[in-house]
Ligand binder design. Structure first.
Ligand SMILES: [Zn+2]
Length: 493
């Protein structure tokens, strides 16, 4: 009680009216003050200590501007009429960002900027889709449906299928329900997980396919009605927003529902993309490679506007430091084709030599979301990041120190393992760059907005961008004092 009173008086002092006793759905109006908190101005930035003032040029507000720039390229793609829109590998609007990156690197005073042409493997494209559900005298035409990434299509005329609601898609959910030759409608819990929501780790999509479903409609159950492009199954797969899924579920509850399900996909050969390299030479023949993928679905503010903004902030910072103070060459790579199976191709560039360290900057800053009843709420907190340090204990300690120094929130457990490359082993393309050399990966991919039309700059506060970029700069400075042997896996113990 005391705490609630204290909180209420604090919020009143901030001009915020508490809504504790208000109806959750009522509009939040306030007399004499704002009804919501501006996360950008909520915290005042603590002054940097004298030792940290060298990082003052790394500025989240400037970084946020770069996130906004990239989102604007995506909106051009949407406005040009691409149904799967964003900074799509191989599309003209994504290629326009290459010049943006070249110009930005050059504006930092980096002389060595080069563009590596990438011949993309054939690229998946979904060109049209439609879902119409009919039952109990009603017709639903859910606008939020969107294709799963890399999904198969239907025959051109589409499929007309009986819809079966299978809940979370566990074995218990399927009990007594026959999906053979039908449309399985799956409800998936939006947990944070490296590669997806509950349908993945519960095996729901695979189970639907194994039981003979002809197609899948899946709802990543984020409050609202967002469009999502994410995990696919071995049958034509479309995502559906939560409000639309609820309407379909309620229709299925009333009686049989037939769904017209049409999805056209194609594979486009011969497309090109580019990696943009900016290189700051060091004083030895060793090199550190810092990369951030630039392609994105939708506005791609988190994924991967934040990683690119972090890359640019670091390039700008180190461009201001004389070569004599840099042990190793730093290569900053504005990376192509992450969603197009091409993000390992930087290893084919002549500038890619035996790396001393590889750093992947991906989804580095996001507001922390909470659910509030059936609503998605943003908070003044910052989303913790998943992380992997593949290398020596000393490298891991340098990473942890650098994050904690600037208050970067992390998961308390590392993901994956630290292990030297096994001689003679061939690693898959997607993981090879992080396994052939010591590497660091930092990534947030909570399922609230990831790969959705709600991955917008408003969810990326400038004050979340600053610490992560300063943390990486501190880490790079520490790495600069370490020998190659210090960074690599210990051979004894
Ligand atoms: Zn990404």
């Amino acid at each position: 009680m005391q705490i609630r009173k204290l909180a209420a008086s604090l919020l009143a002092a901030l001009g915020v009216v508490t809504a504790c006793n208000a109806q959750a759905d009522q509009p939040r109006t306030a007399r004499g003050g704002p009804a919501s908190i501006d996360i950008e101005s909520y915290y005042s930035e603590a002054p940097l200590s004298p030792a940290d003032r060298k990082y003052a040029d790394i500025d989240g507000k400037q970084m946020k501007g770069w996130v906004e720039d990239l989102a604007a390229f995506s909106r051009k793609s949407r406005d040009a009429g691409h149904r799967v829109w964003g900074r799509i590998a191989g599309d003209k609007e994504d290629a326009e960002t290459h010049k943006w990156a070249v110009d930005l690197f050059r504006s930092f005073g980096i002389a060595d900027v080069h563009v590596q042409d990438i011949a993309l493997p054939p690229q998946w494209r979904a060109t049209s889709w439609d879902v119409v559900a009919r039952g109990s005298g009603k017709v639903l035409h859910p606008e939020s449906v969107f294709p799963a990434e890399l999904t198969k299509g239907t025959p051109p005329q589409g499929l007309d299928l009986e819809a079966v609601w299978v809940g979370l898609g566990t074995e218990a959910d399927f009990a007594g329900r026959d999906v053979r030759g039908k449309l399985a409608v799956i409800y998936s819990w939006p947990t944070s997980y490296p590669h997806g929501h509950s349908a993945l780790w519960l095996g729901a999509m695979k189970r639907a396919v194994d039981k003979g479903a002809a197609a899948i409609l899946i709802n990543r159950a984020v409050p609202g009605n967002q469009k999502v492009i994410h995990l696919w199954a071995d049958v034509p797969t479309l995502y559906i927003g939560t409000e639309d899924a609820a309407a379909l579920r309620d229709l299925i509850a009333q009686g049989p529902v037939t769904v017209h399900f049409a999805l056209s996909v194609t594979s486009v050969p011969g497309l090109h993309d580019a990696n943009v390299w900016a290189t700051l030479p060091g004083t030895t023949d060793e090199a550190v490679y810092i990369k951030a993928h630039h392609d994105a679905f939708f506005e791609g503010a988190l994924d991967n506007g934040t990683g690119v903004a972090t890359l640019m902030a670091l390039a700008r910072h180190y461009a201001r430091i004389p070569r004599s103070q840099r042990r190793r060459t730093l290569h900053f790579i504005y990376l192509a084709g992450h969603h197009g199976s091409a993000d390992h191709l930087w290893l084919d560039d002549p500038a890619a030599k035996d790396p001393t360290l590889v750093i992947n900057l991906e989804h580095t800053a996001l507001v922390s979301f909470m659910t509030f009843g059936n609503k998605l709420a943003t908070t003044t907190a910052i989303e913790p990041l998943r992380w992997t340090v593949n290398g020596s204990r000393k490298l891991g300690e340098a990473f942890a120190d650098s994050c904690s120094h600037f208050g970067v929130n992390l998961y308390d457990q590392m993901e994956g393992e630290s292990a030297p490359p096994e001689p003679g082993k061939t690693y898959p393309d997607y993981s090879r760059p992080m396994q052939i050399a010591p590497s660091i990966n930092l990534i947030a991919s909570p399922q609230w907005v990831y790969h959705s039309d709600e991955d917008v700059p408003a969810n990326v506060p400038a004050r979340a961008l600053t610490p992560v970029a300063r943390g990486f700069a501190r880490l790079l400075d520490k790495v600069d004092t370490m020998s190659r042997a210090d960074i690599r896996w210990e051979t004894t113990k």
